[in-house]
Design a protein around this ligand. Structure first.
Ligand SMILES: *[C@@H]1O[C@H](CO)[C@@H](O)[C@H](O)[C@H]1NC(C)=O
Ligand SMILES: *[C@@H]1O[C@H](CO)[C@@H](O)[C@H](O)[C@H]1NC(C)=O
Ligand SMILES: *[C@@H]1O[C@H](CO)[C@@H](O)[C@H](O)[C@H]1NC(C)=O
Length: 314
């Protein structure tokens, strides 16, 4: 990771130098302009972009994941997350919850969706009673932790590895560290909220016509089922976050990004990745020492005041 950072700084300096010196990017470099490149291990005239990167190198993976955070497609394709990033959900953000258990607003750990099309799927009730759907507004900047990948998909292939490290304790530990939400991605982005009353207020709690989805039994009441309609709506809402800039209502602190591809922080995963394609990389199998190091790093970055851009540059 240190060498990655060093390379990034060098690259930035090189670009800045090239821009300020107005040197054209052609293969015919004036000899004196090449002195600058003596910082690099290799002369740029000898870069071969077709050459595969070094075995075990992960710098490319760190950059690629950082470049695709909170974007739905990249995290569906490469669904086993390797990144944890703190962030903020700003005041005024509207969040949604469909109640499975009747007219009860959650008080303890439960989820909210970023889109009502997503939460409506969980608005359950009989045709007679209808179902209950809550809308919340964030009233204080809410600190969250984002787990990348398809991190809420309940499948056995490792999408929950980074949370499985200590899932039961995650909220307890989070609340002690000022974290009130865990951002994950299922069919769309959602936030597991640790305390529903500390950072949000109820805007509405509506008794709606039950969407009558055939989730548990697709042969059930086909004549009343709105399943196809809702499936389309949820896929459509997901498509808004498919690519860059992704889910912009969660503002990440990139300076606090923790990557399981950081080979200084998590050396135990290096041998486990040998010979595997990127989508087969797992975090399961990490050593207890490395887990401890990741937790220490997380505690360290959470102690600092968050560094988030004051303007949306996208
Ligand atoms: C949740 O937040 C409220 C308001 O800040 C607080 O009174 C309550 O004790 C919190 N509950 C837990 C379990 O921390
Ligand atoms: C599914 O619904 C159909 C039609 O209502 C019913 O005949 C069948 O027994 C149900 N199956 C299950 C597993 O509930
Ligand atoms: C890659 O990592 C494996 C496992 O740690 C190691 O045995 C191998 O020598 C490494 N290869 C290179 C080229 O560094």
């Amino acid at each position: 990771m240190r060498s990655v950072r060093k390379a990034a700084v060098c690259l930035f300096l090189a670009v800045e130098r090239v821009l300020t010196a107005q040197i054209p990017l052609s293969p015919d470099y004036p000899e004196e302009s090449l002195d600058f490149y003596s910082h690099f291990e290799r002369d740029p005239r000898q870069w071969d972009l077709d050459e595969p990167h070094a075995v075990n190198a992960t710098g490319n993976l760190v950059f690629e994941t950082a470049n695709s955070l909170l974007q739905h497609w990249a995290n569906t394709r490469l669904r086993i997350g390797h990144t944890i990033v703190p962030g903020i959900v700003p005041v005024g953000t509207i969040l949604y919850h469909g109640a499975i258990t009747g007219p009860h607003i959650p008080t303890a750990l439960d989820w909210v969706a970023m889109e009502p099309e997503h939460s409506m799927v969980f608005c359950r009730g009989s045709v007679e009673t209808g179902c209950w759907h809550a809308t919340f507004a964030v009233t204080r900047p809410m600190k969250v932790l984002y787990f990348d990948g398809n991190s809420a998909a309940k499948i056995p292939e490792g999408t929950m590895d980074t949370q499985d490290l200590r899932i039961q304790d995650l909220c307890k530990w989070g609340l002690q560290n000022g974290i009130n939400g865990l951002v994950r991605m299922e069919v769309n982005f959602e936030i597991m909220i640790c305390n529903f009353t500390s950072h949000m207020e109820v805007v509405s709690f509506s008794n709606l016509d039950s969407p009558r989805l055939a989730i548990d039994n697709i042969t059930d009441q086909p004549e009343y089922s709105n399943t196809a309609h809702h499936t389309f709506e949820i896929m459509h809402s997901t498509s808004w976050r498919e690519n860059y800039p992704g889910e912009t209502r969660i503002i990440l602190d990139y300076s606090a990004l923790i990557s399981f591809y950081d080979t200084d922080l998590v050396p135990s995963l290096v041998p486990r990745r040998v010979g595997l394609e990127r989508w087969d990389h797992r975090v399961a199998g990490i050593s207890p020492e490395d887990i401890e190091r990741v937790e220490d790093r997380l505690a360290q970055v959470l102690e600092r005041p968050p560094v988030t851009a004051s303007a949306a540059w996208t």
